[in-house]
Design a binder for this molecule. Structure first.
Ligand SMILES: NC(=O)c1ccc[n+]([C@@H]2O[C@H](COP(=O)([O-])OP(=O)(O)OC[C@H]3O[C@@H](n4cnc5c(N)ncnc54)[C@H](O)[C@@H]3O)[C@@H](O)[C@H]2O)c1
Length: 258
């Protein structure tokens, strides 16, 4: 088991990629404190892990709230005695035309997707420094950190910020043996992508820019998260690794069955 004896915290672990990562962390031997704003869903994630023979507790954490972030970290240490891995994952998306975006939309998205990553990441890092065992922090970025979809402006901006946050955290924490890396997924089959996909024509559009010919699966993202959480990635820090079925390599479109 690649994460035996480790303790992890995961934000936005109620469903989708966060849940898949929490489950794989546990299946590799980590004890996992899962958090989300949705109590029913995050409680279910913890239950799934425990039923699979892993060890998990849950808590409510709105990542835009500093007190919640500190509580999440304290909860992990109170439950499992240490903290080695933190995954910043919780994010939201609002779809609108650029001219229609309101300041409230902007603030709502940036609060969770960027401020939330800073607050939860800093709370986790402070605890790791205090405990002195080093650690691995992973920021869930996106290919939208470097490519752009015009109708999701604050999301795109937030992910660009996350990449820079990853670099600054990595450099700041290097002497404490805490590595910080990002994962930049393409289109992964979760509720968030369904929100963007909506119609068949949009599905076609997305797949026509996806050489591998299908959406990614949350478990495929979780495999990379396990690698970054483990000692196998011991010389990687400050990096964002993209996994997008070939999209960023492509300078055209590919045919799609309709
Ligand atoms: N699905 C994709 O194609 C894709 C692609 C690139 C990046 N990502 C990134 O992966 C991460 C997970 O995305 P997903 O597709 O699983 O999304 P999702 O919408 O399925 O899940 C997001 C989770 O975050 C929780 N959440 C929302 N606001 C929160 C808050 N304030 N505090 C705590 N939790 C909150 C939700 O309750 C939900 O459980 C996000 O950072 C997203 O930007 C996803």
């Amino acid at each position: 088991m690649r994460l035996e004896g480790k303790v992890a915290t995961v934000t936005g672990a109620g469903r989708g990629i966060g849940r898949a990562c929490a489950i794989q962390f546990a299946s590799e031997g980590a004890k996992v404190l899962v958090s989300d704003i949705n109590k029913e869903e995050v409680e279910e994630t913890a239950q799934i892990i425990n039923e699979l023979g892993g060890s998990s507790e849950f808590c409510i954490c709105d990542t835009g709230n500093q007190k919640d972030c500190r509580n999440m970290v304290e909860n992990a240490v109170a439950s499992f005695g240490r903290l080695d891995i933190h995954l910043n994952n919780a994010a939201v998306l609002i779809v609108k035309k650029f001219l229609d975006f309101q300041i409230e939309d902007w603030n709502q998205v940036l609060r969770v997707n960027l401020t939330g990553f800073f607050l939860a990441g800093q709370a986790a890092a402070r605890k790791m420094v205090e405990l002195g065992n080093g650690g691995s922090i992973i920021n869930m970025s996106s290919i939208n950190a470097v490519l752009a979809i015009p109708d999701i402006l604050p999301y795109v901006v937030s992910k660009g910020g996350v990449n820079q946050l990853t670099k600054v955290m990595a450099l700041s924490l290097i002497n404490d043996r805490i590595r910080v890396n990002g994962i930049g997924p393409g289109s992964i089959a979760t509720d968030m992508v369904k929100q963007v996909m909506g119609t068949n024509s949009l599905r076609e559009k997305i797949l026509s820019r996806t050489p591998i010919g299908r959406l990614g699966h949350p478990d495929e993202v979780a495999s990379l998260a396990v690698f970054l959480a483990s000692e196998e990635s011991s010389y990687i820090t400050g990096e964002t690794i993209y996994m997008d079925g070939g999209r960023m390599a492509l300078n055209y479109t590919v045919p799609v069955e309709t």
